[in-house]
Design a binder for this molecule. Structure first.
Ligand SMILES: C[S@@+](CC[C@H](N)C(=O)[O-])C[C@H]1O[C@@H](n2cnc3c(N)ncnc32)[C@H](O)[C@@H]1O
Length: 289
């Protein structure tokens, strides 16, 4: 089988399995099994696959046919130009989350030696990307589950970031809330009970604890705002990733907690994906559950 035939075969298998972006994935798979770049594939497309490469392709497609996440099959994934180990027990980084990193970095430009807190850190993709892009920042990443934190620690090592540290802790109990930060970022679990019935087949392989945000999907925003509302330095910013259709409700929670200068930003599909706010007004109150 030539590289070109393998590419077409891969696209067909993925299409039959109902995979969304077959062209993107087929390219990724061919790159993975051949070790070639996109440009090299274009000139070597008539080359025969080795038996080892064919076996590897068969193995990948067998797992991808049941919609096992491609990120887990590869064991690593790229996010904001950095590489992260991923696998069962950790949420695979999503491209939409890069918007949160971009917004965070532009906010930090005006703050020398900023203290940053990444809550619900998972693979560490947000906090580690911030720490790498802003070496003056000191980043603390909080994750509750030891199995997930193992990925986070391996990713800290892989990305050689000396200005970031991980902490095993529960954000609903205010882990690391005793300090003050220039920036608090979080992509918490935010899928509602109803939406959990319609998540993609790939997401069913990801940890429930990384997805489910309570009945209305907003439990973690409430808990984080209650626990961390006094943890910002003057003029500091809190920025959340939110689920589709949640931006209005999260903005209201921020306002109720006393935050002001509330804003939102859209993702690549023009969905309001991040909600952020600065400063805490004095009259903010505890948010009822
Ligand atoms: C939606 S994932 C986000 C992971 C990562 N920040 C990202 O953007 O890819 C949410 C993460 O929060 C973690 N988590 C769930 N409950 C938590 C809690 N009470 N305290 C801290 N982390 C928690 C999950 O294990 C998961 O890694």
């Amino acid at each position: 089988m030539t590289i070109f035939q393998a590419y077409n075969h891969t696209k067909q298998v993925l299409q039959n399995a109902g995979v969304e972006d077959v062209v993107f994935e087929a390219k990724q798979i061919i790159k993975q099994i051949t070790g070639l770049t996109g440009a090299q594939i274009l000139v070597q497309y008539t080359k025969e696959l080795t038996p080892f490469q064919q076996n590897r392709l068969t193995d990948i497609l067998r797992r991808r046919e049941i919609r096992y996440p491609l990120q887990y099959i590869f064991g690593e994934w790229s996010f904001y130009g950095n590489e992260f180990f991923v696998g069962p027990g950790v949420l695979a980084p999503r491209p939409d989350t890069e918007i949160l990193v971009e917004h965070a970095l532009s906010f930090l430009q005006d703050r020398p030696c900023p203290q940053v807190l990444d809550l619900c850190a998972g693979s560490g993709c947000i906090g580690i990307s911030i720490a790498k892009a802003n070496p003056a920042a000191q980043v603390t990443l909080v994750e509750k589950f030891p199995e997930t934190k193992r990925y986070l620690d391996r990713n800290l090592e892989r990305n050689a970031v000396s200005n970031a540290r991980s902490l095993l802790g529960d954000v609903t109990r205010g882990a690391a809330a005793d300090k003050r930060y220039d920036l608090i970022v979080s992509n918490p679990p935010y899928i509602s009970a109803e939406e959990m019935n319609t998540i993609s087949p790939e997401a069913t392989f990801e940890p429930h604890e990384a997805l489910y945000g309570g009945q209305d999907g907003l439990d973690f925003y409430r808990a984080i705002l209650n626990a961390y509302r006094d943890s910002l330095l003057p003029g500091g910013m809190i920025a959340f990733e939110v689920g589709r259709g949640e931006s209005g409700a999260v903005a209201e929670l921020l306002s109720a907690a006393g935050f002001s200068k509330i804003g939102t930003k859209q993702d690549y599909q023009e969905i309001e994906r991040i909600v952020f706010a600065t400063e805490v007004k004095e009259n903010g109150t505890e948010i009822p559950h």
